[in-house]
Ligand binder design. Structure first.
Ligand SMILES: Nc1ncnc2c1ncn2[C@@H]1O[C@H](COP(=O)(O)OP(=O)(O)O)[C@@H](O)[C@H]1O
Ligand SMILES: [Mg+2]
Length: 271
């Protein structure tokens, strides 16, 4: 179903609209009155309530919210893994009703197969495509280089660190050159230093590939470091409380006073 939108909704945006935002925007993804309920003990449990969010092509959106507020559920809907929802999720003019190779997701756990090498795990992304063997190998090699893992092609997951495994997961997500990258707490299990390094790398990949990116994180600093906007969610049912724009140049300096002001402002929603 093709959907056009006459009115651009940036409600709850905290700052006055700047010139760029007043121009007609090119939206990659539109969440239009999206609600979702699960059945719990035979009763419907509303998990997402009236989610309204438009994401521009090439935008980086961070989503923060307490555990259980429906962040993973929302990403599952956007991926198309779950088509049971109310409202519309429109990706490039089409209502999402199933998965697509154009949208990739990375989870907190790397989900690599332990019996396959780094290279073989990434090659698996091509299994539903008709890309030639030669092209598959060339793209996997290039993607491994992009995430800084050259030399580890033949390593098995148990032979590399958690941070490296997450890079493999990101390489597997990007090797089909999706336009939309979804990340569900991708660095949540990593130590602080590895996490900061991967945040820098994710930003570089996002800039390099022109990806539209939605990052779910419980790390508010990560959300501020990476996002053009931060969507703050509340729980039971999951709703958008507000959307905080981050208009700082990249790469962002975590010790800068404006960075810390935004971080503290978002954190104040949870304390
Ligand atoms: N398959 C399911 N059946 C019933 N309830 C579910 C299911 N998946 C998630 N939930 C519930 O939906 C709510 C949101 O879950 P989730 O999207 O995983 O939250 P988050 O990722 O923000 O922690 C939670 O209360 C969770 O228990
Ligand atoms: Mg989750």
């Amino acid at each position: 179903m093709a959907v056009t939108r006459a009115v651009i909704d940036f409600r709850r945006s905290e700052e006055p609209k700047d010139e760029a935002e007043q121009q007609p925007a090119s939206y990659a993804l539109q969440l239009d009155h999206v609600s979702k309920s699960y059945l719990l003990h035979g009763e419907p449990l509303k998990v997402l309530d009236d989610i309204q969010l438009d994401i521009r092509s090439g935008e980086f959106v961070s989503i923060v919210g307490a555990s259980g507020c429906g962040k993973s559920t929302l990403l599952r809907l956007i991926t198309g893994l779950d088509a049971q929802y109310q409202g519309n999720i429109v990706y490039q003019g089409q209502r999402i009703s199933g998965t697509s190779l154009d949208r990739s997701i990375v989870f907190q756990e790397h989900r690599l197969f332990p019996w396959l090498t780094v290279e073989e795990n990434i090659l698996l992304a091509f299994s539903a495509t008709n890309v030639s063997q030669e092209e598959r190998h060339a793209r996997v090699k290039a993607q491994i280089a992009t995430v800084g893992l050259t030399g580890f092609e033949k390593a098995y997951p148990h032979q590399i660190s958690g941070g490296m495994s997450q890079r493999v997961a990101i390489a597997r997500a990007l090797v089909l050159r999706p336009q939309l990258l979804l990340l569900d707490e991708p660095f949540g299990a990593l130590d602080v230093l590895t996490r900061m390094k991967l945040q820098h790398e994710l930003q570089r990949l996002w800039e390099q590939e022109g990806l539209t990116t939605v990052l779910v994180t419980h790390d508010v600093e990560e959300a501020v470091f990476l996002g053009d906007r931060i969507v703050v969610m509340t729980s039971h049912p999951g709703r958008i409380k507000r959307i905080v724009p981050v208009k700082l140049p990249r790469p962002r300096i975590r010790s800068a006073s404006e960075f810390q002001r935004i971080r503290d402002d978002v954190l104040s929603d949870f304390i």
